[in-house]
Design a protein around this ligand. Sequence first.
Ligand SMILES: NC(=O)c1ccc[n+]([C@@H]2O[C@H](COP(=O)([O-])OP(=O)(O)OC[C@H]3O[C@@H](n4cnc5c(N)ncnc54)[C@H](OP(=O)(O)O)[C@@H]3O)[C@@H](O)[C@H]2O)c1
Length: 271
Amino acid sequence: MDRTILLIGCGKMGMALLNGWLNKNYKKNKIIVIETNSEICNDLKNKDINCYNNLDFFTGKYNDLIIVFAVKPQVLEEVLINLKKIEIKNAVYLSIVAGIRVDFLTKYLGEDKYIYRAMPNIPAEVSEGITAIYKKNNALEQNSIFVEGLMNSVGKSIWVECEKDIDIVTAVSGSGPAYFFYLTECLTKICNSMGLNKDLSQTLSIQTIIGSSELLKVTKKSPQTLRNNVTSKGGTTEAAINTLMKNKIFEEVIRNAVLAAKKRSEELSKN
Ligand SMILES: NC(=O)c1ccc[n+]([C@@H]2O[C@H](COP(=O)([O-])OP(=O)(O)OC[C@H]3O[C@@H](n4cnc5c(N)ncnc54)[C@H](OP(=O)(O)O)[C@@H]3O)[C@@H](O)[C@H]2O)c1
């Protein structure tokens, strides 16, 4: 845990990671944040976090440095160009930037560098994220353990063998929270249209998704088992599920959505 972490970008996801590390007792004085947003930067300084607006101060003279990129994809190239001007030895690099391949990072950082790419998701903000991690073929075990520890600070993580699997992960878990939020929005809207007021409709829908998630988590039963448990023959749930399953209508809608996200992830990675 004694490595120095340089976090570049502390917006939604960078902040989730930073909070996760602090909750897991990574030392404050071993974390440096670069964040161009002065409001965020000042907030962090008030919490005794070393935060700077740019890399000007950074000498790179740290042992066991890990640099985490958490900026938007369109900003990354500029960050890499600035980083290249600094002499940095023995660093490990971890990028959570969507759609940016390891090849792109290697081009700026160097062929021999230890580079990891990860795809977390936004439940990381409440330590319930799931991250897929991909490592370059020169990875060292102690670095991989450290990187996994960083990502496990905000939930769970899995390793993927091929970088192209990150496109699948992006489409399923990266974008996935939005699918569940949208399902909740739809339920709310339908409930409201059937006659319950908006607030009640929202409470029913939100608590249903929270309760169902909690059941999955606590009981560790499969989604299918839990569904079967609440689907009595000839009952109301069966009437609804039969409608969703008819001609795999619901599955196909979800499939098309996930495929669209995967296609977009592949397109973005080509740029
Ligand atoms: N949010 C997610 O659910 C999610 C999931 C998986 C992966 N990711 C990836 O995580 C990365 C960050 O996403 P985000 O949602 O956290 O975005 P975000 O909220 O916009 O955070 C990025 C932060 O970086 C700052 N920044 C811009 N240029 C910078 C620079 N040169 N040096 C240091 N900081 C700089 C931005 O400040 P300004 O606002 O002033 O520009 C902003 O505060 C993205 O690449 C995204 O693909 C996000």
